[in-house]
Write a protein of this length. Structure first.
Length: 132
């Protein structure tokens, strides 16, 4: 799982909590780094803050989807307006959590998007059968 958030305390808390739930966690502190890491397609889920230095979470998400990256993305933000949430979902997010959010709900949302992604989520290898 990739966590992209510019607040060091939030990153640390999420990393610690998600690891306690058995998840491997990589973190990034800004939009460009988050885009570079998420663009590899090697994560099961991306937890993406909207207000990031360098490149907003909206722009990161937009570029990922434009580049064909289908990794599930959960947006997190202090922006709690309906339009903000709708914009994020319309750009291709799989969920939107308003800060401060419940860690229990976050974990449940992560599990839900993983279920929808199927058993092959995040494996990083596309198997096409035997090659001769």
């Amino acid at each position: 799982m990739l966590v992209v958030d510019d607040e060091p305390g939030v990153r640390k808390a999420l990393q610690r909590g998600l690891r306690a739930e058995g998840m491997d966690v990589v973190t990034a502190a800004d939009g460009p780094t988050g885009l570079q890491l998420a663009g590899t397609g090697s994560f099961d889920v991306v937890l993406l803050d909207i207000m990031l230095p360098g490149l907003s979470g909206y722009r990161v998400l937009e570029r990922l989807r434009k580049d064909g990256v289908t990794t599930p993305v959960l947006l997190v933000s202090a922006k709690d307006g309906e339009v903000d949430q709708a914009d994020g979902l319309d750009l291709g997010a799989d969920g939107y959590l308003v800060k401060p959010f419940s860690f229990v709900v976050l974990v449940a949302q992560v599990r839900a998007v993983l279920r929808r992604a199927g058993p092959e989520a995040g494996r990083g290898t596309l198997r096409l059968g035997a090659l001769a």
